[in-house]
Design a protein around this ligand. Structure first.
Ligand SMILES: Nc1nc2c(ncn2[C@@H]2O[C@H](COP(=O)(O)OP(=O)(O)O)[C@@H](O)[C@H]2O)c(=O)[nH]1
Ligand SMILES: [Mg+2]
Length: 225
């Protein structure tokens, strides 16, 4: 992409953030930037694939040590006529930013998302609950004090809970204090997902719907990074 077309694309993206939509033959397009954060192997890329509805981010066991790519990666997809808004059909453009383990560099995120982030998806393994302090610290330092109102907690590996005979409703009452508190405080609440047999198409819509309703609750305001 030439320098000129890159800046044009950025200007177009920024217009979306300001007006929340583009005119497109009578329909509007709502563009939402979604940032995935989570530990190594928490299932971030799998959740990204579910959101996009295809295998676009690389998933799988990763060797210990420095990640192959330390740069965040952006993939966007438009879902035509996804919802109704002010009485009219609206397309939904989801721009998903997958991140390397640890804290992504703010300048990399700003480059991908100059208008900011509408929803943070915090990805945590339900079957391997560790300490969440670093995750919350990263979210706050990247997105500021309002990060929690823009957060949706996604608990992956729900299939493992099922195998262990633990019901999802009970899990949150019995899990670590920080995770229970996070699920109560997060603006979008908690959503359990599992990788099942056909993970992206089975689990994508519920995650997209939750992202959309959380963003609507925040009047589609974006958090600057
Ligand atoms: N059983 C199960 N495996 C999952 C689930 N989510 C992700 N995985 C697997 O866990 C591994 C790591 O997932 P990935 O999305 O690459 O994690 P990332 O390192 O956080 O991006 C992959 O082999 C996935 O197939 C889940 O909900 N259940
Ligand atoms: Mg990954």
């Amino acid at each position: 992409m030439s320098l000129r077309s890159r800046s044009e694309a950025r200007a177009e993206a920024e217009t979306d953030f300001v007006y929340g939509g583009n005119k497109d033959g009578g329909s509007t397009t709502l563009t939402l930037n979604v940032l995935l954060l989570g530990d190594r192997q928490s299932g971030r890329s799998s959740v990204g694939n579910a959101l996009i509805g295809g295998a676009v981010f690389r998933t799988g066991p990763s060797p210990r040590g420095p990640p192959a790519s330390s740069r965040p990666q952006l993939v966007a997809r438009t879902f035509p006529r996804y919802f109704r808004r002010n009485g009219a059909e609206s397309h939904l453009c989801v721009r998903v930013i997958d991140t390397p383990p640890g804290k992504p560099r703010p300048q990399d995120l700003r480059e991908l998302c100059p208008g900011g982030v509408h929803v943070l998806v915090l990805v945590v393994r339900a079957d391997l609950v560790d300490d969440g302090a670093a995750l919350e610290r990263h979210a706050e330092s990247l997105c500021g004090a309002d990060w929690i109102q823009h957060s949706l907690l996604v608990l992956t590996h729900a299939d493992r809970l099922q195998e262990a005979g633990l019901r999802q409703a009970l899990f949150l009452t019995q899990t670590a204090d920080w995770l229970r508190a996070l699920s109560d405080r997060a603006g979008g609440g908690a959503l359990f997902v599992d990788s099942g047999c056909d993970w992206p198409s089975l689990t994508g819509k519920p995650i997209r719907d939750r992202v959309l309703s959380l963003s609507a609750r925040n009047h589609h305001q974006a958090l600057r990074m």
